[in-house]
Design a protein around this ligand. Sequence first.
Ligand SMILES: *[C@@H]1O[C@H](CO)[C@@H](O)[C@H](O)[C@H]1NC(C)=O
Ligand SMILES: *[C@@H]1O[C@H](CO)[C@@H](O)[C@H](O)[C@H]1NC(C)=O
Length: 587
Amino acid sequence: MRLKMRRAVITVLGGCFLLVTLFLSGSKWSSCTDVNRLDNNFYRDGAPHPDGSKLTRLSTQAVDLTKNSIPYEELDCVINGEYTVGCRREGDDVYLPFSFISKYFEVYGKLVQNGDDTRFEWSHSYSHVYVPDGTYSPTGIFMSFEHYNVEKRDRVKCISAIEGVPISTQWGAHGYYYPIQIAQYGLSHFSKFLTEKPRSSIVIEDAEDDRAADQWAVVGQRGTVSSVIDRHRNTHVIEFDTSDSIHNPGIVHQLENIIFGFLFFDIRFENNGSVTVAMEMKGRPNRLFYLHYICSENVLAVSEDNVYYGIGLRRTWGRVTRDLMVDAQKGIMMQLGKKFRGSRLVPLRVISVSVRGHGWIDNITFASSAHLEQMYDAADWFVRHQDNKGGWPIMVTRKLALGRLELPPGWYSAMAQGQAISLLVRAYDRTKIRAYLDCALRATKIYNIPSSEGGVRAMFADKYPWYEEYPTVPSSFVLNGFIYSLIGLYDLKTVAPPEEARDTESLYSTGISSLKALLPLFDTGSGSVYDLRHFTLAMSPNLARWDYHTTHINQLLLLSTIEDDPVFEAVANRWIGYMKGKRAAHN
Ligand SMILES: *[C@@H]1O[C@H](CO)[C@@H](O)[C@H](O)[C@H]1NC(C)=O
Ligand SMILES: *[C@@H]1O[C@H](CO)[C@@H](O)[C@H](O)[C@H]1NC(C)=O
């Protein structure tokens, strides 16, 4: 970053002497006429803001300086009587280094080259508000989740090939299933499905052709391969039978020109076996890289150029959907740890698919994406793993508020319940499979159980029920998790038959009333707070960083499209102002 900026400065300034000094100092400068003004009203609503024209002076002024040799003078600037920063004075103006300003006020700025013109761009925050372009729909895009890339995050260990969902390492290095992450994985893929252009795909094996088996070659140890009719699925499939040893090259289907990074297939094994994908990586022409999907309950193992994903036992038909790029990268990351740089090994093309053991395979397909499959993998996980209370217990210790609050493994989260419901409702809407709807309806039960009894329901001032993302005692009242829990209820009450959604409806309207009553407590006048720990624990306020502040805004904007009360839009707009440095007026 710094390097780039320096280079930009050189380009603009050429080789002049004065500016070489400026360049050597490595700082960028911004003008502020007098420090008092900055303190008093520079940032307040309606007051003058540091606008583009003023900041552009950085570069143009700098050029003028050299041309006309306008003199400037070095000057000490004493900050609140506490320490000194080197400044420059030019006539009546004083310039502070932007490196100081950016830290002091937590603002962001960079030199931006636009043709021959360079300017300095200042921003008060770093994140982006997605203004909804219509009324929110419980069966449509979820918030702006089409921009999420859950599986690429470092805190995702890998996508389990047993469950088809991410495994988190966020609060437990060994890895665990985190329902919020799984729901977000499903919702982001569903949203991408709705926003991206249709995918391309190629079926390399559906066993329908008489000569289908001829495409497979028995390599290494002895084996047989043939196209047969499967009595369970009543369709042609490939049957293979050879040693299940991982050292057996197996029965191989060579491929050409496969450039798609997603693979899915239907598989069943008699006893044990594996499916291997051999790939060429960018920049390594003569060395292959192998992804092995093996009958094992071990999620992930690696050795050199081999990555092993367990797919469970697979004694009955089931589909395996894999993002080969993510599988390769997570394997390499496991091997190299922090040394790994995401772009270092990029799969270039698939060379072959091979099988081992005795089993049956069908519908081997490569595709440019697999969003719906990934979304259903996540939705199915929620159906399979819901407990008898209707929840998905989180099996990891969660510490909050500098360790003053702690949730031992087995806690529920209203945010997990809510986002799971949002996902299940969408799966139900597309398939009309009752199991998704029933699962979503059962998930609302936990909303009624108080945090003190292992549920998620908190009470503010004995009056306002609140569904807790982290159901600690005392409560923390996390805002974004609460709103996600409400969005889930809204989705469900809208899509479920009215007679089945009465509870959901009442949980939702109670929650919305609490939100309207308590929303002002989250407003600091220049940003928002993440939770109410300053009230419940008498700690200093937990200010929301810009990411979360933006999430708050996006959520309020969503609510403003489904709720009549103008309060949501009004607060959202005020909070958007905070992102541009506006503040509430003072007395
Ligand atoms: C199947 O074979 C693999 C490789 O030989 C082995 O690691 C795995 O434990 C076996 N799984 C079962 C279920 O026997
Ligand atoms: C392969 O796909 C076809 C078409 O979707 C389906 O009818 C068939 O059951 C699938 N094969 C297996 C073994 O599931």
